[in-house]
Design a protein around this ligand. Structure first.
Ligand SMILES: Nc1nc2c(ncn2[C@@H]2O[C@H](COP(=O)(O)OP(=O)(O)OP(=O)(O)O)[C@@H](O)[C@H]2O)c(=O)[nH]1
Length: 373
């Protein structure tokens, strides 16, 4: 049963910046269903807190919610596949890369809504590596995280994670994303209606429990009764991961029934504090460092340029007299209007039905895409 909705976490409109939730997870873990349930849960709060949702999966045929911004409105992934002779994964990756070139427009739209929403939710492509191991995924994550408090929700298919080896692989993947993004991180054990997540919490809080589960699992001993290489490796890894688990929040949810979403939002609220205390100061330090380096480089190039100019003028006084700069002569090569991001909520009323079969593909045939580098 879903818990009684509470408005305690709905405070963004009262002065706080909205939190961005980036949902990441293996194919079929339930990302879209999770986003859809989170959307309806936030609508059911008192007062309601409708989120701003971005769908970043260009290949999805159906999403069970109405996204405010949908990558499919900007990039036709089938067209991209045809135009560049790509397979499905290359097509999705290139479509995401093309969309990323316009992400400043997306950020503008999101920032425009920052006063009126508490949550911005990103649904990512089904193939996890397309977002987590691509330049565009990193650019989108960094851009969002430098503008708003951001948290990663790593969605796990709990029923498919009960085997110790699968659990460990999933945790290692989560670990790699945590260290790559350095953002507050929530492990979301989904589908708890089908499989409660207690076993996972036990394994995370006590590595001996995990090792005991490993020992009872088949295939951990060789023909001579000795622990296999994989078994020894996983035993050692469980000690390593013990440290990683300390930096994580874990919640169990059922996107089917709505169970656990109150706890999820509480974890998001704690992550906001973590972002402000840990991520933001680090971001500001990195920004200041970059600005300093950039300023020094600029001054150095300027000094060299001025020196060169002085030499040129001394050598050629007649040419120096003809020196002039006319801003009117500058060519206007701004091609920003080539294609634009669509905010669906500005086109339609919030409760209006969106025909997803018709949506988007705005003049896709007329778009001439730049060659991917
Ligand atoms: N029992 C149960 N099934 C769920 C739950 N959440 C999602 N599912 C099912 O899991 C399947 C995959 O869900 P999706 O939301 O499409 O998963 P996804 O991660 O977005 O999938 P891709 O985008 O294709 O990677 C669907 O059949 C859902 O109905 C849940 O909480 N409980």
């Amino acid at each position: 049963m879903p818990e009684e909705p509470s408005a305690s976490t709905s405070s963004g409109k009262m002065g706080k910046k909205p939190v961005t939730i980036i949902t990441i997870g293996m194919a079929g873990a339930g990302k879209s269903t999770f986003v859809s349930r989170l959307n309806s849960y936030l609508h059911s709060l008192n007062p309601p807190s409708p989120p701003y949702i971005l769908n970043l999966d260009p290949a999805v045929t159906y999403v069970p919610y109405d996204p405010n911004i949908d990558i499919r409105d900007t990039v036709n992934y089938q067209e991209v596949m045809k135009q560049y002779n790509l397979g499905p994964n290359g097509g999705i990756l290139t479509a995401l890369n093309l969309f990323t070139t316009k992400f400043d427009q997306v950020l503008d739209l999101v920032e425009k809504r920052a006063e009126t929403v508490d949550y911005v939710i990103l649904d990512t492509p089904g193939q996890i590596e397309i977002f987590t191991w691509s330049a565009s995924g990193a650019i989108i994550t960094d851009a969002v995280a430098s503008s708003l408090p951001t948290v990663v929700a790593y969605i796990i298919d709990t029923p498919r994670t009960t085997a110790p080896a699968t659990f460990m692989s999933n945790m290692l993947y989560a670990c790699s994303i945590l260290y790559k993004t350095k953002l507050p991180f929530i492990l979301v054990f989904n589908k708890t209606d089908a499989q409660p997540h207690d076993f996972a919490l036990e394994w995370m809080s006590d590595f001996e429990e995990f090792q005991a589960a490993l020992a009872t699992h088949g295939g951990t001993r060789d023909s001579e009764g000795e622990p296999t290489y994989m078994n020894s490796l996983m035993n050692s890894m469980s000690l390593v991961l013990d440290e990683f688990y300390k930096n994580l929040k874990a919640v169990g949810v059922s996107s089917l029934t709505g169970d656990g979403f109150k706890q999820f939002l509480e974890a998001v609220e704690n992550s906001r504090e973590e972002y402000e205390k840990e991520y933001l100061p680090e971001l500001e330090r990195a920004r200041a460092e970059k600005a300093k380096t950039l300023q020094a480089a600029k001054e150095d190039s300027m000094n060299r340029l001025m020196k060169d100019l002085a030499v040129d003028r001394a050598r050629n006084p007649a040419g120096a007299l003809a020196d002039h700069w006319d801003p009117e002569e500058e060519e206007d090569d701004d091609d920003d209007d080539e294609f634009s991001i669509v905010d669906r909520s500005e086109e339609r009323g919030p409760d209006e039905y969106i025909d997803l079969t018709r949506a988007g593909r705005h003049d896709a045939e007329n778009i001439s895409w730049p060659r991917p580098s």
